[in-house]
Design a protein around this ligand. Structure first.
Ligand code: SAM
Length: 290
């Protein structure tokens, strides 16, 4: 691994950002696969948030690292206005299209990193991160939100509960991982760099240091199963930062054929019955300024 990457990994351990600047290779090409590929958050998520946080259709939501507006679209009806932010232009474009199809008109889309958004003091009532905070300069974004969120406003972190996925429906994950490593190497890829230790999970420390109050944790049960076709699982693979299509270069057609062949060999009735993951919700409250 180049020295530069080793240095970055050391900093990562100290709560530092993974990237000094947004790396436009990170999710390049993922947008078209995202909505189909990613498993949905638990069905009850919007209702649980509305009840727990007394959402009443007023105020402003910021969805930071919105991807194709997964949470912005889900929650827009609970706010007067939503600001959806992502530096990947294709994610934003896809979000716009999906919102238009759903008749949602209250979302403003911003193509930029969360670190580059300037909100007015107290402009935001709730900020939400759906599996995106770890990519950011977390200390900086948290500091900015202490000012941008109104006092008593909420910062909400949302992720799949990966360890509680009841069944993966026979998807050959170990073989898929080995196939990806065969083409992309042993160390996890991330845009133009490598991540030896994966992404940081230090949001609780970072937010404690920034003096947010919390977290309050809620787990929304997924429940039941979803039928996933071979195409769905291929889309999931290409929606992941560590195996977005461009990383395979000219070998993409060959990788694609081998992935499909592997999945077809394990599929039952053309697919997989996958347990719906639970959704992990952690809520912090913005106290009055010190
Ligand atoms: C795993 S996707 C999550 C998308 C969506 N929030 C969801 O819950 O499905 C992570 C997203 O974070 C975005 N992202 C990465 N670095 C970012 C940054 N510095 N500021 C804002 N978004 C960023 C990526 O472009 C990507 O769309």
């Amino acid at each position: 691994m180049p020295d530069q990457d080793i240095a970055r990994e050391r900093e990562h351990a100290r709560g530092r950002p993974l990237f000094e600047e947004w790396d436009d290779h990170l999710f390049k090409g993922a947008a078209e696969h995202y909505e189909r590929g990613r498993l949905p958050y638990a069905d009850g998520l919007a209702d649980v948030l509305a009840a727990e946080l007394a959402l009443d259709g007023t105020g402003t939501l910021a969805d930071l690292g919105c991807g194709p507006g997964t949470l912005a679209r889900l929650l827009a009806g609970h706010f007067a206005r939503t600001v959806a932010v992502d530096p990947d232009p294709d994610m934003i474009e896809r979000g716009r299209e999906l919102a238009a199809t759903a008749g949602i008109t209250t979302i403003t889309w911003l193509t930029r990193p969360a670190e580059r958004v300037s909100f007015e003091d107290g402009e935001i009532d709730m900020a939400v991160f759906g599996q995106s905070f770890h990519w950011m300069d977390r200390a900086r974004v948290a500091r900015d939100l202490r000012r941008a969120l109104r006092t008593g406003g909420h910062l909400v972190h949302i992720a799949d509960v990966k360890t509680e996925r009841p069944t993966d429906g026979g998807i050959p994950r170990t073989e898929i991982d080995a196939l990806v490593r065969e083409y992309l190497g042993e160390v996890r890829r991330a845009g133009r760099t490598l991540l030896r230790q994966g992404t940081p999970g230090d949001e609780e420390e970072v937010l404690a240091r920034t003096r947010f109050v919390g977290p309050r944790r809620i787990v929304v049960k997924g429940g039941g199963t979803l039928h996933r076709t071979v195409d769905d699982v291929v889309a999931e693979q290409y929606s992941m930062s560590f195996s977005v299509p461009h990383l395979f270069g000219e070998a993409l057609p060959e990788f694609d054929a081998r992935l499909r062949e592997l999945l077809a060999r394990h599929a039952v009735d053309g697919g997989f019955e996958v347990g719906r993951p639970d959704t992990d919700v952690r809520v912090w409250t913005n106290p009055p300024p010190a």
